[in-house]
Design a protein around this ligand. Structure first.
Ligand code: ADP
Ligand code: MG
Length: 652
């Protein structure tokens, strides 16, 4: 019958600076299943070192270790974690319970790392076995030392190990608690478990069936005192395979731990996510504003707008703009087949007065409509509702002093949009307001520019004293025709202006599509700046996250050691800290989305653009924060994952 534990010529040396300490020198020992063994000896004799090696928390420098009939030297990290999880229960002198965590949750912890899910009933059974049924909901800081150690005993049992190992379990306890704990440990052996207990308490040793004495890293005596309470049993057992993947129970535990860690350091967490918060906020506000801008531009644009082509003088630094003549307008009307409507436009910025009110306005011209195509009362002009009427072609020809004003101007002049039949003055000339239109959709973004429309000839001959046109607005039959219309317009105007083959045009012809393109390009430039600022903020935020995660790893070194001792793999620890970093970043990201949206709404009051928060934007924020969490959390998480369990447990 193979022994459960067989140690052959094992040595372990510690090198600390100038000193090397031979903690174990050529130790051999074998233990059968069912034994109750005390490892005794003076402090520093190598008891803990031997126990750690037997419990897979440490590896020997040389020698062999057979467990349940299998050599263990070549087992990988995943197998070792599985053995620690399923076959060995470890009890520490200083309990090592999770802080501010209930007795039950502490006992459930090893189950998290089996990959088989947690089982509350099993945990409660184990707690009742150590007499703590009435302390299940108590947190570790609400329990006495003896009770804490009994919770730790319950925890060591919860995965039905083959062997329980305890390193001075009574070392930190008073006499009464010591007896309680030893009684609990003794009862484990009586239930058939193999138990190894390190102690220098003779009273404890006296309870066991075999006492192994150590001194200076070697075994000096090995005395079987009595038959063990547990019957000897075959020790050969298959070693559990390395666990793959993550169970839902583990993921839930990791999320819980992450939120708990963040919640227990509220101020610190809040300061940490500030960079992410601002960075994501900046990006989201820009995205929602520009998306809203785009939406309102496109929804404000009608089929009418899409059919239009605008002709304007090209602006060149240092040169006067060459404006258009009515002759050129006539040429366009005659020679451009795709020009359905050619509208010459004069445009000036002039003050308009009513009484002592004087409002800086834009004055646009129009040739008016035929009576039969007259915009009916309550009808539309350029896709905008008109109260009253628009002026007629006849009024244009007779240079009538009639005007149509927009809401923005009406409100400024009359404090109301009910302004039909009012009188206004432009350059001292009085005009009758025959109609009031809504503000242009594109203008609404800027609060509506005060605008008046007057007949072209009135403007040219009576107001501006200028017949040269600032722009020509041409409508093609369909939006698809605008490209070809543009080509024809350029051809005709080049001819009219006698431009040479190789000369550049001194005018510009823009389609609606091109306008949108130009807008997008402008937005792109603004975006670049904002994204740059946001990027710096996110970088700083990310470094902040990394910094705090490093602090968190250091603070929780012992917890990491404990989790590993209870069967957590490197990947479990890695993912736990990654999840924590990601949760932090996503929290920052969510708050950032809120900030961005709030900023976009604040901007709404200035621009009149309703922000559009799309699923894509939110998805982007989440994805981006997750990426930052993973990116900047990886190194700290890796440092945590690579910690050696025993060194981590010893960390002060
Ligand atoms: P015991 O548990 O019997 O008191 P240990 O097994 O803890 O003894 O230690 C055996 C020897 O190894 C001691 O001299 C101790 O100083 C040394 N030792 C243990 N752990 C380390 C370590 N991590 N680094 C350096 N020396 C160590
Ligand atoms: Mg020790």
């Amino acid at each position: 019958m193979a022994p459960l534990i067989e140690i052959k010529s094992v040595s372990k040396t510690y090198a600390t600076g100038a000193f090397t300490v031979a903690a174990l020198k050529d130790v051999s020992i074998s233990l059968d299943r069912g034994e109750f063994v005390a490892l005794v000896g003076p402090s520093g004799s190598g008891k803990s070192t031997l126990l750690h090696i037997m419990g897979f928390l440490d590896r020997p420098d040389s020698g062999e270790y057979y467990f349940a009939g299998h050599p263990t030297a070549s087992l990988g990290e995943g197998r070792l974690a599985a053995i620690r999880s399923r076959m060995v229960g470890f009890i520490f002198q200083s309990f090592h319970l999770l802080k501010r965590t209930t007795a039950k949750d502490n006992v459930l912890l090893p189950m998290v790392y089996t990959g088989l899910g947690t089982d509350d009933r099993k945990a409660l059974d184990c707690l009742s076995l150590v007499g703590l049924s009435d302390r299940v909901k108590h947190k570790s800081n609400e329990l006495s030392g003896g009770q804490c150690q009994r919770v730790a005993i319950a925890r060591s049992l919860v995965n039905d190990p083959l062997v329980v190992m305890a390193d001075e379990p009574t070392g930190n306890l008073d006499a009464a608690s010591r007896r309680e704990v030893m009684q609990a440990i003794k009862s484990l052996n009586e239930r058939g478990l193999t138990v190894i207990v390190v102690t220098h308490d003779d009273e404890v040793a006296a309870m066991t069936s075999r006492v192994v004495r150590m001194k200076d890293g070697g075994i000096v005596s090995d005395e079987k005192r009595a038959a063990s309470a547990a019957p000897a049993a075959p020790a050969e057992a298959p070693l559990p395979p390395a666990r793959l993947g993550f169970s839902p129970a583990e993921f839930a535990e990791q999320l819980k731990v992450a939120f708990k860690a963040i919640w227990s350091h509220k101020t610190r967490s809040a300061l940490t996510v500030l960079g992410i918060f601002i960075g994501v906020g900046a990006i989201i506000s820009l995205m929602t504003i520009s998306e809203g801008f785009m939406t309102s531009l496109l929804s404000g644009a009608s089929e009418d707008d899409a059919k239009k082509v605008w002709v304007t003088p090209r602006w060149e630094p240092g040169k006067p703009r060459r404006r258009f003549t009515m002759g050129e307008v006539e040429a366009l009307r005659l020679k451009v087949p795709l020009a359905e409507n050619v509208q010459p436009m004069l445009h000036r910025d002039l003050p308009i007065t009513v009484g002592d009110r004087r409002i800086d306005s834009t004055i646009n011209t129009h040739e008016g409509f035929e009576l039969r195509e007259q915009v009916p009362p309550g009808g539309y002009f350029q896709n905008r509702k008109v109260a009253g009427r628009f002026f007629t072609k006849a009024e244009n020809l007779s240079r009538a002093r009639v005007a149509v004003i927009n809401h923005a101007l009406a409100k400024k002049l009359f404090d109301t949009v009910e302004a039909v039949n009012s009188e206004i003055k432009i350059k001292g000339l009085s005009f009758t307001v025959v109609g009031v239109t809504e503000d242009h959709k594109a203008e609404q973004m800027f609060g509506g520019r005060p605008t008046a429309y007057i007949p072209l000839t009135t403007a040219a001959k009576r107001v501006f004293g200028e017949t040269r046109l600032g722009a020509i607005e041409i409508s093609a039959p369909t939006p698809e025709d605008t490209k070809e219309a543009r080509r024809q317009i350029i051809e005709v105007l080049r001819e009219e202006r006698n431009l040479r083959e190789d000369a550049q045009e001194d005018f510009e012809v823009r389609t609606f599509e091109a306008q949108i393109e130009m807008f997008k390009r402008t937005m792109g430039k603004i975006s670049l700046v904002v994204y740059g600022i946001a990027g710096i903020s996110l970088l700083v935020g990310g470094i902040g996250i990394m910094n705090i995660m490093l602090v968190s790893v250091t603070e929780r070194t012992r917890e990491i050691g404990l989790r590993k001792a209870l069967g957590a793999r490197n990947s479990d620890i890695l993912s736990q800290f990654l999840i924590e970093a990601v949760v932090l970043c996503v929290l920052g990201g969510v708050l950032g989305v809120g900030l961005g949206y709030a900023l976009a709404w604040a901007a709404y009051f200035f621009t009149n653009v309703q922000p559009a928060l799309g699923a894509g934007t939110i998805g982007f924020a989440f994805g981006f924060s997750t990426l930052i969490g993973v990116g900047f959390g990886f190194w700290p998480a890796m440092r945590a994952a690579m910690l050696d369990p025993i060194e981590a447990l010893r960390y002060e």
